[in-house]
Design a protein around this ligand. Structure first.
Ligand code: NAD
Length: 315
């Protein structure tokens, strides 16, 4: 099999070589390319590949259709919405992801955002550098707060556990409640979650039921003191409605790691200019530990698929 990696996996050459070695030993070829989002370049690199590996770079139907021998797309990411799954399905191409590699990393960034917003960390840091005091910026503790988790899969439940360890009351909303959530959170309706939570944290995938779930009307249900954290996917939130809600004091703050598009963001993006908004350029998944785990998982996905098993298959 010809295996082509179309963007770096964020690990050293040594780690990459060690991961690829078993496949080379089995007689397969492996070529790693730097990132290039131009479909023409991607087609040139992958046109006779049997297996394409990508991380979070969009992989269009145009590229998938042009790769005639393509049999398997191995996505080094949890979310798979950046790959044209309809085109893969049409061509009978199997697709896998790297589920679970970044659960801890995302949950920890979520807590980092909650704590930073509650204690006004960006503002007091700026004050300190400017030779000023904390005057007017005394924040709140996480302990005792009600945290509402929307989407109670791996990341949602890990975040809930960390919040519990901080002494929070944790409530959750999901279309299908999970047995694993017992003892960690209490399920409520979406409306109850929005009205009762001091912090609403989003951990659902982007799909037809979650697109713009956090709308202008739903933001109006939240407490004026509430914080919203989005480390899920940008389009789960109506960005303009959120920016308006922050500027009008409908809610108190937001921590946003994901937007409609990947960074760099347009300079006039509403959430770059709204009040008390902590923004990060899609970094929740990225820790040294998660990158190493991800590389291991995606190479194992190929070995398992070649052996006829269904590891992390999403299509
Ligand atoms: P998961 O599949 O384990 O959990 C997702 C949960 O969301 C499932 O339990 C599902 O039932 C639930 N869900 C689906 N639609 C919903 C809806 N409309 N409302 C509420 N819940 C809904 O996935 P995970 O590993 O926990 O990851 C969750 C999401 O986090 C991913 O889909 C991805 O979009 C995002 N993510 C972001 C980063 C980042 O770096 N910011 C990294 C990894 C994952």
């Amino acid at each position: 099999m010809k295996i082509v990696l179309l963007e770096p996996l964020g690990v050293s050459q040594q780690v990459l070589d060690a991961c690829a070695q078993p496949l080379l030993d089995a007689g397969h070829t492996f070529t790693a390319y730097p990132k290039d989002t131009d479909p023409a370049v991607q087609i040139e690199r992958a046109k006779d590949a049997d297996i394409i590996m990508v991380a979070n770079m969009p992989l269009s139907g145009e590229v998938i259709r042009a790769c005639e021998s393509l049999k398997f797309i191995d996505i080094a990411f949890t979310g798979v919405d950046h790959v044209d799954l309809a085109a893969a399905k049409e061509k009978g191409v199997a697709v896998s992801n790297a589920a679970g590699y970044s659960t801890q990393a995302v949950a920890e960034l979520t807590l980092c955002m909650m704590l930073s917003l509650l204690r006004h960390v960006p503002q007091v840091e700026e004050r300190c550098r400017a030779g000023m005091t904390k005057e007017g910026l005394v924040g709140c503790e996480l302990a005792g707060k009600t945290v509402g988790i929307i989407g109670t899969g791996a990341i949602g439940l890990r975040t809930a556990q960390l919040c519990k360890a901080f002494g929070c009351k944790v409530i959750g909303y999901a279309p299908r409640p999970k047995e694993a959530a017992e003892g960690i959170l209490t399920y409520v309706s979406l409306e109850e979650l929005l009205t009762q939570s001091d912090i609403v944290s989003l951990h659902c995938p982007i799909n037809d039921s979650s697109r713009h779930m956090i709308s202008r009307e739903r933001l109006a249900l939240m407490k004026p003191s509430a914080l919203l954290i989005n480390v899920a996917r940008g389009p789960v939130v109506d960005s303009q409605a959120l920016a308006d809600a922050l500027n009008a004091g409908i809610i108190a703050g937001a921590g946003i790691d994901v937007f409609e598009n990947e960074s760099p963001l347009p300079v006039d993006h509403p959430l770059l200019h709204s009040k008390n908004t902590l923004v990060t350029p899609h970094v929740a998944f990225a820790s040294q530990e998660s990158m190493a785990a991800r590389a291991k998982i995606v190479f194992e996905n190929i070995t398992r698929w070649l052996d006829g098993h269904q590891q992390n298959i999403v299509l």
